[in-house]
Design a protein around this ligand. Structure first.
Ligand code: SAH
Length: 605
């Protein structure tokens, strides 16, 4: 389950992963708003982690770069704050429309929708400002600047603290609440104390409590006995897990709340062509198959999520891999599985690792000042025409090469939206078939459903080559093919991986709620496979009896594979990033539940 948006909710707009920049230099803003405006609250440094450097001053500058006068931006922020990027932009555009019509210049005559920056008498809109970008002093001589500066300073300090708190794993709401309670000037440790205190006071963020709530929700339909059994098992696991096998855990609020260490480089236990001492691992006894299982989710989650997932999945250590080591696009994922890790082999030929290897024709229009050679994580949504038009318009009005401020703005946008150069000054999102190619799917795999749907399903899917590398060990073990229980199948990344490995699928029971996805899988299956495909819509409908009947019918499953939705986990989804207890992400527990039933049923065989 990848960029893991879910199905059809509007939250998609926010589904941006903070997933890896392929190139380290500039810092993309992180909100997944295809709004024509910058955001500041969360930025990434070169390691991809948010840092505290995003100041309101830079927010103002970003809007100034877009052509809004500084006074106007400050006024707007004073009026409605800066948290709602869309609202702020709308307000600025309204100001413009109301009072500034003449000052806009002749944008319309040049066919541009973006705020004009050159044809204007106003100092703040003067084209000279573009060249002054690195010289912040150049723009700081407003008439009543002193009041504004104080205001900005205070806001910056607040932003910075909120960023730090969010970095530490608290939610933005908690951070804001603490700021309100303790004041903007409060020390960081005071703020942390305040949050911890409110958590301990019975707030639902207490992990143990939420585990129970989620379990309740998940197991309601399966009767008290099954629930009691699983709860008991979980208690044991929690005990075992707390026993120190994973090192120290800090406990601000009494729960085990330490971020799982993400390796750098993120190459998992091993990767083709990546030389490093091979990892040895011993699986806990109850983790050993049959069946083999393979669970996937985004690498970056709120704190504690991977710990919880690991705890449920027999304490197996996740294998974190950034597919950028095996492809031209980044994709940071964690995998928990009980497969052997020796003697893996990659799909051949190895996929292209740079943009130009993948798409040589883009070289022609790639400007020398765009340093990207790899793409960021392929997302579930793409930039709007507004975004690409704005870039084209800005570049058309700039010198060649454009001034640093324009370069930075354009490259940030390109990174954020994975834009490629398709013409003079012209950027565009990748086409769905290009995304299919980068992710290792056959051409036109998702064709036949709407374009938006295609991007969404592709954005959520496995990177086939990465998964195939992990699954490659099955080839020699199952010369007669495998029977697979495929949960959250999506467009069948796992199935395509097995097929490309030359592993015959005797039977696949696929569980996928999206109708379009089921159609895509069925279409591909009928064209390429001879085995049996059974399609089920909802993991919640798989009762123990139904699972047991499939186990009987297919003589057990050789592989239980799936990645549950991550909408409430993905890094950029700050607003709905509530961790595993989120509506969608809690589906993880069904993965565990179903696997557990399969294991018991197979043990009885
Ligand atoms: N690994 C898949 C994608 C997983 S994304 C691939 O390679 O394409 C998670 C998937 O879970 C999405 O396709 C989503 O539609 C599906 N899903 C969400 N809720 C579900 C539910 N209740 N039952 C089954 N599938 C569900």
């Amino acid at each position: 389950s990848q960029g893991l948006t879910s199905d059809s909710d509007d939250n998609d707009k926010f589904e941006w992963e903070s997933d890896g920049e392929a190139a380290p230099s500039s810092a993309p803003t992180l909100r997944n708003l295809d709004a024509p405006g910058p955001s500041t609250l969360v930025r990434q440094n070169s390691n991809g982690w948010a840092n505290g450097e995003a100041t309101s001053t830079s927010l103002v500058e970003e809007y100034v770069t877009m052509g809004f006068p500084k006074d106007m931006v400050v006024k707007g922020i004073k009026e409605i704050g800066h948290n709602d990027v869309n609202a702020l932009l709308e307000l600025l555009l309204t100001y413009k429309a109301l009072g500034d019509e003449g000052a806009l210049g002749d944008c319309s005559t040049s066919g541009c929708a973006c705020p004009n920056v050159q044809d204007d008498d106003d100092d703040d809109l003067d084209s000279d400002n573009w060249d002054n970008d690195n010289d912040t002093g150049g723009r700081e001589h407003n008439s009543d600047s002193s009041g504004d500066e104080d205001f900005l300073k205070e806001m910056s300090a607040k932003d910075e603290k909120i960023n730090l708190l969010v970095d530490m794993g608290f939610s933005e709401d908690e951070a804001n609440m603490a700021m309100t309670t303790c004041g903007v000037d409060a020390d960081l440790c005071v703020l942390v104390d305040s949050i911890s205190a409110s958590r301990v006071a019975g707030d639902c963020h207490s992990r143990n409590l939420f585990d129970d709530q989620v379990m309740d929700r998940c197991f309601d339909s399966f009767g008290e006995r099954e629930k009691a059994r699983l709860m008991e098992e979980r208690k044991k696991k929690r005990k075992r897990y707390g026993g120190g096998s994973h090192g120290n855990r800090s406990s601000l609020d009494g729960s085990d709340d330490e971020q799982m260490h993400l390796p750098n480089p993120m190459v998992g236990f091993n990767l083709p062509g990546y030389r490093r001492p091979s990892v040895m691992r011993m699986l806990p006894q109850q983790a050993i198959g049959p069946p083999f299982f393979y669970y996937e989710n985004v690498a970056r989650t709120p704190r504690g999520v991977w710990e919880t997932i690991s705890r449920f999945l027999y304490d197996i250590e996740p294998e974190f891999v950034d597919s950028m080591h095996l492809s031209a696009a980044a994709r940071k994922r964690g995998y928990i599985h009980n497969l052997p890790i020796e003697n893996r082999s990659p799909l051949l030929p190895l996929p292209p690792k740079t943009i130009f290897e993948a798409f040589p024709h883009y070289k022609k229009w790639w400007p020398s000042w765009d340093p990207r050679r790899q793409l960021n994580c392929l997302q579930t949504t793409v930039a709007s025409a507004k975004t690409t038009e704005r870039i084209q318009c800005l570049l058309a009005r700039s010198s060649n090469p454009p001034p640093p401020s324009v370069q930075k703005y354009v490259i940030d946008e390109c990174r954020k939206w994975n834009l490629v150069w398709v013409g003079k000054n012209k950027v565009a999102p990748l086409e769905p078939n290009e995304v299919e190619y980068l992710l290792g799917f056959p051409r036109d795999h998702t064709r036949g459903v709407g374009k938006t749907e295609r991007y969404k399903s592709l954005g959520n899917s496995f990177h086939v080559d990465t998964v195939a590398y992990h699954l490659s060990v099955l080839r020699d073990m199952f010369p007669n093919g495998v029977s697979v229980l495929s949960l959250f199948t999506g467009i069948g990344g796992g199935e395509v991986a097995l097929h490309r490995l030359g592993i015959h699928m005797r039977a696949v029971v696929s569980v996928e709620i999206g109708e379009a996805n089921r159609r895509i899988l069925r279409g591909w299956w009928d064209q390429t496979q001879t085995g049996t495909l059974i399609e089920v819509a909802d993991v919640k409908s798989l009762t123990p009896d139904i699972i047991a009947s499939y186990v009987g019918r297919f003589g057990g499953f050789d592989l239980v594979i799936g990645g549950s939705p991550c909408n409430n986990l993905a890094g950029s989804n700050r607003h709905h990033r509530d961790g595993l207890e989120g509506e969608q992400s809690s589906l993880f527990y069904h993965y565990f539940r179903i696997l557990d039933v399969v294991k018991s049923a197979m043990a009885r065989m």
